[in-house]
Design a protein around this ligand. Structure first.
Ligand SMILES: C[S@@+](CC[C@H](N)C(=O)[O-])C[C@H]1O[C@@H](n2cnc3c(N)ncnc32)[C@H](O)[C@@H]1O
Ligand code: SF4
Length: 537
């Protein structure tokens, strides 16, 4: 009996002290991934840590590995009880053919740096290792840039700078192309015309900002193309030729856009000697009458002849020096005033010694809609472009294939092209392209979508930073995130996205995924979107 009064003291059952799982370095990135993985949100993770959870566990998956240094730094801070979190480097998949081993090595480095912190880094997931092995297996000395950008697009990370950086050098222009977004006499009717005032016209990119930018591009291995252009004529910038020299001195690819008027002797010598790769000459006419119609109040005979003479002299100079560069791309912005001349334009390009022709259907905006291709011109235009391709096949200047896609998507009644394909669905421009304005703003794409400013942060910091990552990843699903806004109030999915000039890059990305056996890693909606973006579909 006595024994029944004896009760052993109540011992609470041992509390299961498991580490919490952290998937992002801040609430936004953690919650997005946790929601997809069915794991507790940031709020609950913080609650568990406050009530004594046993440290933090970090899964290493294709969604987290590129960000793991930041997640680990946050984890160390959270469990560090006031101790300073160590500085952790990002993953660099270098050399690419050894990417899986490089990952293991880096994870070892992180684990070493976090010794003494209650942070546990998991083994990498099988899916991540398979992805890295496929990328590594496809690597050769020429495709490193492409593969690193594909790896970024498949994982959400960024492992290399953009393939093309469009650098706006000057806003002013010495001509007034009637279709031009900024300098057409018609553009006075733009809703935002007041923004393009005298102060804006005199704005030029300053040298210090430019030099820092190209140093950063060099550091980010963004070697393919620094494109010097602008909302005006870049050769009006007094240091434009020094810019070409500076880009080439760093062994980066360089393209220069010009209307051709200022491609005079000094400029020709400078671009040949510096090794400029490609010169675009936007002429859009092949006769004095059309030149005058395209450039109201300009002397069609003298100015057209001046541009022709400049290009001819450049061809001659290249021949004299025995160099193929800069290759010349004659640009024809096709509209109702010059559509009848596309074959003459082709022959003119051949006659001037140009290597390439780019026909570009005019972007139709409310202010220039009166210049759109008329329905009665479309059939002949299609026949003439087909004939130009025939001449190309016989050895004439090469034609950039963009025109075929533009004509294929042309809505005859409105003259608008590009509907019904990317990027309404999804956009991958965040891995391949970036644009900087004369005022130092960094824009997500050609239309004004301001991510940050070069006067606030370096291009490297901006490109690798969380803000860019947020837009880059959101743009993959424009249908869901199209309303996201940039710092200038522009929406991620805006009117400019119709007839987007970057659709060519997006289509190429889809093609490359297939070429390198990476399509198997494309998930869910992305899979269909990339298929739609493929040039073959
Ligand atoms: C704005 S310009 C600046 C560089 C230089 N002034 C030039 O004309 O090449 C850049 C490119 O945009 C093209 N462009 C201008 N307005 C256009 C429009 N409405 N539609 C299509 N292309 C246009 C020009 O022909 C040129 O190739
Ligand atoms: S030359 Fe270029 S910037 Fe100048 S008006 Fe023409 S398209 Fe616009």
């Amino acid at each position: 009996m006595i024994r029944s009064f004896f009760r052993p003291p109540e011992i609470p059952a041992p509390v299961e002290r498991t580490p919490v799982v952290l998937l992002g370095g801040h609430p936004g990135s953690h919650d997005a991934r946790a929601l997809a993985a069915g794991l507790p949100p940031w709020r609950e993770v913080m609650g568990a840590l406050a009530s004594g959870a046993d440290g933090v566990r970090l899964p290493v998956t294709r969604d987290t590995f590129w960000d793991l240094h930041r997640i680990a730094a946050t984890a160390a801070y959270l469990v560090g009880a006031g101790r300073k979190a160590p500085a952790l480097p990002p993953f660099v998949p270098n050399p690419l053919p050894d990417a899986p081993a490089a990952l293991e090595g880096w994870l070892g480095e992180l684990r070493g740096a976090l010794e003494g912190f209650a942070v546990q880094i998991d083994a990498p997931s099988d899916e991540l290792m398979a992805l890295l092995a496929t990328v590594a297996g496809a690597a050769d000395p020429l495709n490193r840039g492409i593969l690193l950008r594909l790896l970024g697009a498949l994982t959400g990370g960024v492992f290399r700078g953009p393939a093309t950086v469009h650098v706006d050098v000057a806003n002013a222009c010495n001509v007034n192309c009637i279709y031009c977004w900024f300098h057409s006499p018609l553009s006075a009717d733009r809703e935002d015309a007041a923004e393009f005032d005298t102060a804006w016209r005199s704005e030029m990119l300053d040298w210090a900002t430019f030099e820092k930018l190209i140093d950063d591009l060099d550091g980010l291995d963004a070697r393919e193309d620094v494109l010097l252009s602008g909302k005006g004529e870049p050769l009006l910038h007094p240091q434009c030729l020094d810019m070409v020299r500076a880009v080439k001195a760093r062994d980066l690819g360089c393209t220069l856009f010009s209307n051709g008027v200022l491609v005079r002797e000094e400029a020709r010598r400078a671009v040949v000697e510096a090794g400029l790769d490609l010169l675009y000459v936007s002429l859009s006419s092949a006769s004095p009458e059309v030149y005058e119609a395209i450039h109201p109040d300009h002397d069609g005979v003298a100015e057209l002849e001046e541009v022709r003479a400049n290009v001819r002299a450049l061809t001659q100079l290249k021949a004299n020096r025995g160099t193929p560069t800069p290759r010349v791309m004659m640009v024809d912005v096709v509209n109702s005033l010059n559509a009848h001349e596309v074959l003459d334009f082709y022959e003119q390009a051949r006659d001037l010694g140009a290597e390439h022709v780019r026909y570009q259907l005019q972007h139709v905006q409310p202010y220039n809609a009166q210049l759109r291709i008329r329905p009665d011109q479309v059939e002949q235009l299609r026949l003439d472009i087909a004939e130009a391709h025939r001449r190309e096949a016989e050895g004439g200047p090469s034609i950039v294939p963009n025109i075929d896609w533009q004509l294929a998507t042309l809505e005859v009644s409105s003259g608008v092209w590009g509907h019904g394909r990317t990027p309404d669905e999804g956009c991958y421009v965040g891995w391949t392209f970036s644009r900087t304005w004369t005022n130092g703003d960094v824009s997500f794409c050609c239309s004004p979508k301001v991510v940050d400013s070069l006067h606030e942060r370096s291009f490297s910091e901006i490109w690798q930073g969380e803000r860019y990552a947020k837009f880059r990843n959101a743009a993959r699903d424009l249908a869901t995130h199209g309303d996201m806004t940039f710092s200038n109030g522009a929406k991620l999915l805006g009117d400019h996205c119709v007839g987007c000039p970057n659709y060519e890059g997006i289509g190429k990305l889809a093609e490359d995924l297939r070429r390198y056996g990476l399509e198997q890693f494309v998930r869910g909606r992305d899979r269909q979107r990339l298929r739609d973006a493929s040039p073959d579909s």
